[in-house]
Design a protein around this ligand. Structure first.
Ligand SMILES: Nc1nc2c(ncn2[C@@H]2O[C@H](COP(=O)(O)OP(=O)(O)OP(=O)(O)O)[C@@H](O)[C@H]2O)c(=O)[nH]1
Length: 311
């Protein structure tokens, strides 16, 4: 009965005696290792499988036999200690079965202590776990990026802004913010249609994003056709130079705009504000200042950069 059970059980079962010789090697082990019981029983386990010598399993067997101490091998550290393959194709490709291994001391009446090694196939669980992890990463990136343009979304902007404002205050470095808005975008949409409006938003977003070179610089889609750029450790003067280049770059894209009152091409207006040590304030104040500068750029004729200065 016990032999039948051992043969049918869906688990690798190995028993070693006190001298680490194989006593039991069940059918599951033969099937996935391609080694029949006859070829292994009676032999020193670690001579049969020299690659396991000195590894965690070696220590676990030693602990079980000598100290009567059971172990479960960490699945993350020891994914596939045994050369077991789910099928011939996997063997061919060298892809080992993912394994969970437990080593348990076994007291056999009248004999010295033995140890039992149990191996479970966890390939399916590991695969599922990997999928879940990938999905989690994907979801995370979706919650932080704008679905249309692929740049950071408003939530990402808010998180980055908090972080950069804290950093600026701590280190006493300046923090600049640009607010960029496409000019006459409503008439653009009305004339060319929403789909082409979307395409233009994407082009503008990508052209602006390509101009940022430092890792901490961040461009986000702040609203419908409005972008915000966080520029840590950048003075008002430098930010103004960059903003001017951005404005020129969008004009140079030469995206036709039949309904603009300006150049005949898509243009942007940019408001700029900087907080430095002396006026380092809160996020709402910085946003308000950049917004006010953008409003002034619009009022002054659009297609221009305006730097906030206190009245
Ligand atoms: N295609 C498209 N249009 C959008 C999107 N989000 C906002 N808009 C449009 O952007 C336009 C914004 O227009 P307004 O803010 O009124 O201003 P404007 O026409 O750009 O004029 P000024 O900003 O004063 O130069 C509106 O027509 C919105 O429908 C979007 O995701 N896709």
């Amino acid at each position: 009965m016990l032999e039948s059970v051992l043969g049918a059980i869906n688990l690798g079962t190995i028993v070693l005696d006190h001298a680490r010789r194989v006593v039991v090697w069940n059918r599951w082990m033969s099937q996935y290792s391609d080694l029949p019981a006859e070829s292994v029983v009676g032999q020193d386990f670690f001579v049969l499988f020299p690659e396991l010598g000195g590894k965690r399993i070696d220590g676990a067997v030693r602990q079980a036999l000598r100290d009567n101490f059971p172990s479960v091998l960490s699945q993350t550290l020891h994914k596939a200690p045994f050369a077991l393959f789910v099928n011939a194709a996997a063997r061919e490709a060298g892809e080992r079965m993912q394994q969970a291994v437990a080593v348990t001391p076994l007291d056999v009446p009248g004999l010295e202590r033995h140890c039992l090694i149990q191996i479970t196939d966890v390939s399916v669980a590991v695969h599922r776990e990997r999928l879940l992890r990938e999905q989690a990463l994907e979801l995370r990136s979706q919650t932080f990026s704008d679905g249309l343009t692929g740049i950071a979304n408003r939530r990402h902007f808010d998180v980055a802004m908090e972080k950069e404002m804290r950093r600026a205050k701590r280190s006493g470095t300046p923090l600049s913010l640009l607010m960029i808005d496409i000019d006459f975008f409503k008439p653009y949409n009305d004339h060319y249609g929403h789909q082409q409006g979307d395409d233009t938003l994407i082009k503008v977003a990508h052209a602006l994003a390509a101009m940022l070179q430092r890792p901490a610089d961040l461009i986000a889609r702040y609203g419908g056709e409005e972008f915000a750029v966080i520029l840590p450790e950048m003075t008002a003067e430098h930010s103004q130079v960059l903003a001017e280049k951005m404005r020129e770059r969008i004009a140079a894209l030469a995206i036709p705009h039949a309904k603009t009152e300006l150049t005949g091409y898509v243009t942007v207006s940019i408001g700029l504000a900087t907080h430095a040590l002396e006026n380092s304030g809160d996020i709402a104040a910085l946003l308000g200042e950049a917004d006010r500068a953008l409003y002034m750029a619009k009022g002054a004729g659009r297609n221009r950069v305006v730097r906030f200065s206190s009245p």
